[in-house]
Design a protein around this ligand. Structure first.
Ligand SMILES: Cc1cc2nc3c(=O)[nH]c(=O)nc-3n(C[C@H](O)[C@H](O)[C@H](O)COP(=O)(O)O)c2cc1C
Length: 205
């Protein structure tokens, strides 16, 4: 039997917004025949005591308790990547930056070259940097030789959304802690997950 196409759905989420969006993209990727999706989070950098004392952070942490931490070997071994991180001052969060900064060895080996990647983020404000955050992640992945998969305007919700969703990747305007993305944000995240998985299957051949 042909090997399954491994999609790594790798993310960081402090309050759960990126987590919720990533689950939609990952679910759509898993519906593409021949794929196996692995949902993983990158390690935390915030001190445990800070998280324990913050109710919203603690609750979001509890909702993600079942998601394993990612290893660099899993990144090297994937056939396609969904990468999600919240916006920090218009950029990716330090937890994701820190994880990616450990991938120099993979870069030297060209371990990710030619593999497709799709990007996801979340912000608190409409014009708070969704596109810049998505592009900030693309910069690193382009250095790795990855093929960035965006969202085409053939996805109707890209033209009708009043919240998140961009041609550079899926995104959302954060809501109440634990709330789901809007229907348009969900449709765009699912379209990205499906597209990324279909391209990964084709590239693997
Ligand atoms: C230090 C810090 C910086 C942030 N910077 C921005 C920003 O530049 N623009 C914005 O709209 N939201 C910003 N936010 C809000 C987060 O991006 C937003 O809450 C996001 O939805 C969190 O995703 P998560 O729930 O997956 O952790 C910032 C939050 C923190 C803690």
């Amino acid at each position: 039997m042909k090997d399954r196409t491994i999609i790594l759905a790798l993310y960081y989420s402090l309050y759960g917004n990126v987590f919720a969006l990533m689950k939609e993209a990952a679910a759509a990727a898993a519906e593409v025949p021949g794929t196996e999706v692995r949902l993983r989070r990158v390690p935390e950098l915030i001190p445990e005591a800070v998280i324990r004392e913050n109710e919203a952070m603690s609750k979001a942490r509890a909702r993600q308790a079942d998601v394993p931490l990612a290893g660099l070997d899993e990144l090297a071994g994937c056939d396609g990547l969904l990468l999600g991180a919240p916006t920090r001052f218009g950029n990716m969060c330090s937890q994701m930056r820190n994880f990616l900064d450990q991938t120099g060895g993979l870069w030297q080996k060209g371990a990710l070259a030619g593999k497709p990647a799709g990007l996801l983020t979340s912000t608190n404000t409409m014009h708070g940097g969704q596109e810049t955050t998505l592009v900030s992640m693309a910069f690193t992945l382009l250095h790795h030789g990855m093929v960035i998969v965006g969202v085409p305007y053939t996805v109707p919700e890209l033209s009708t959304t009043r919240g998140g969703g961009t041609p550079y990747g899926a995104s959302r305007l954060a809501g109440e802690a634990g709330s789901p993305p809007s229907p348009e944000e969900t449709a765009i995240a699912r379209a990205l997950g499906k597209r990324l998985a279909e391209i990964a299957v084709r590239l693997k051949g």
